[in-house]
Ligand binder design. Structure first.
Ligand code: ARG
Length: 408
């Protein structure tokens, strides 16, 4: 019997395929693989066979798409979580669920270790290991990519050949791509030069603005307590809604992001993302909040959104602070119900209408017509007191300067 039992987060790519065999040998271990489906378009067919051929004794392939959207993505949407005000958290919000499922399988299988295939200079290693530690402090985390002897892809391919590990040696994709239903992250290759515009082949799911139709496409999105529930007036289940909106946004060049991002590990990296549904839903949700949240809560929430995004990005989903902020966010969403109309046109997401049964917009206060109910005279006293400190500053300083001159 093997000494250790390891559950490996497995993608079926070169790194994790080699890893299965490498861990089996170096740790005298029985290997079980786990692959999570987060709604990526990449096929998972043949993965089990591949895992077993690489040396695993058992393979789990779990469809987590619904749980991902309902328990991770939509909470992040309601929170307005955008890392550095730009990145809607595609990859980073997937990690806690993958880590949680990895732990669940490790428990079920009585494993003593888990392993992932993240590199030693990214955020994902931190997210995996901190989440696993928070959920199962007794499980040992292994990150072979940080420690093994292979220095290049070629060395890994040699190892695979020597051990009959099936690897698909296709022409190497010039990019490193991580994809789920909420977004695609594209890195490496020519993208490493921040002055190079992403080539057309970097984008996987969106057309360029030039290729997009010359006629704008309108969509309406209904929210209930901050959760998207209908698209174009038709009630839709969460996964179907996001998938459909990805399609609509993609064909209108919506959701391309090109940014320099601050990684947790201290590196600035150039990141290209595609998140059509995410960008449309964030814009629509924000607009609904503008009409349903009072000014104080709306302003305060921007700080919470930022903190919440940082927690996700930095691998602290399973933390007391994230849970405490969650309570605040849940409270703010009670009246975020209504509909937003969006115009999509050549990469632009333009809000063009909004309504809510809880709308705080009062036409009788806002109007410039005869229907106006605002008490104009009350403004006089308000301004007098509101501006008092600033009048005082000038008056007092003038007096002080005059005395100084007298003394001189
Ligand atoms: N920088 C992003 C993040 O930390 C995406 C990382 C994606 N990984 C990849 N292999 N492209 O969330």
């Amino acid at each position: 019997m093997a000494k250790n039992k390891i559950v490996v987060a497995y993608s079926g790519g070169l790194d994790t395929s080699v890893m299965v065999k490498w861990l089996k040998e170096n740790y005298d271990a029985e290997i079980i693989t786990f692959t999570g489906n987060l709604g990526q378009t990449k096929e998972l067919i043949g993965l089990e066979e591949k895992a077993l051929k690489s040396g695993a004794s058992k393979s789990y392939i779990e469809d987590l798409t619904k749980e991902f959207i309902d328990d991770y993505v939509f909470p992040a949407l309601r929170a307005g979580a955008m890392y550095e005000e730009t990145y809607p958290m595609a990859c980073s919000i997937g990690r806690p669920l993958l880590a949680k499922t990895l732990v669940d399988i490790a428990r079920k299988e009585g494993a003593n270790m888990v392993a992932h295939g993240c590199t030693g200079k990214g955020n994902d290693q931190v997210r995996f290991e901190v989440a696993v530690g928070a959920l199962a402090p007794d499980l040992e985390n292994l990150a072979p990519l940080r420690t093994w002897e292979f220095k290049s892809r070629e060395e890994e391919i040699d190892y695979a050949a020597k051990h009959n590990i099936p690897v698909l040696v296709t022409k190497e994709n010039p990019y490193s791509i991580d994809e789920n239903i909420w977004g695609t992250a594209i890195e490496c290759g020519v993208l490493e030069d921040p002055m190079v515009e992403p080539p057309a082949d970097a984008y996987q799911h969106t057309v360029s603005p030039e290729e997009a139709p010359d006629v704008a496409e309108y969509v309406t999105i209904d929210f209930e307590k901050g959760i998207p529930v209908a698209l174009n007036g038709v009630a839709m289940e969460s996964v179907a809604l996001v998938k459909e909106l990805n399609k609509i946004g993609g064909r209108n060049a919506i959701g391309r992001i090109d940014m320099i991002e601050n990684r947790l590990v201290g590196i600035k990296s150039r990141e290209v993302y595609e998140a059509p549904a995410g960008m449309i839903l964030h814009a629509a949700h924000k607009e609904l909040e503008r009409i349903t949240l009072d000014k104080a809560v709306a302003h305060y929430k921007t700080h919470i959104s930022q903190e919440y995004a940082n927690l996700i990005y930095n691998g602290l989903w399973f933390s007391p602070l994230r849970e405490a902020l969650q309570a605040f966010i849940d409270k703010t969403q009670e009246k975020v119900t209504g509909m937003v109309k969006m115009k999509l046109y050549k990469g632009n997401t333009i809000v063009s209408g909004r309504k809510s049964p809880y709308s705080l917009y009062d036409p009788e206060l806002a109007t410039y017509t005869a229907a106006d109910q605002f008490d104009h005279k009350a403004s006089e006293g308000f301004i007098k007191i509101y501006g008092l400190p600033y009048k005082t500053i000038n008056r007092v300083m003038q007096k002080a300067n005059a005395t100084k001159k007298d003394v001189a």
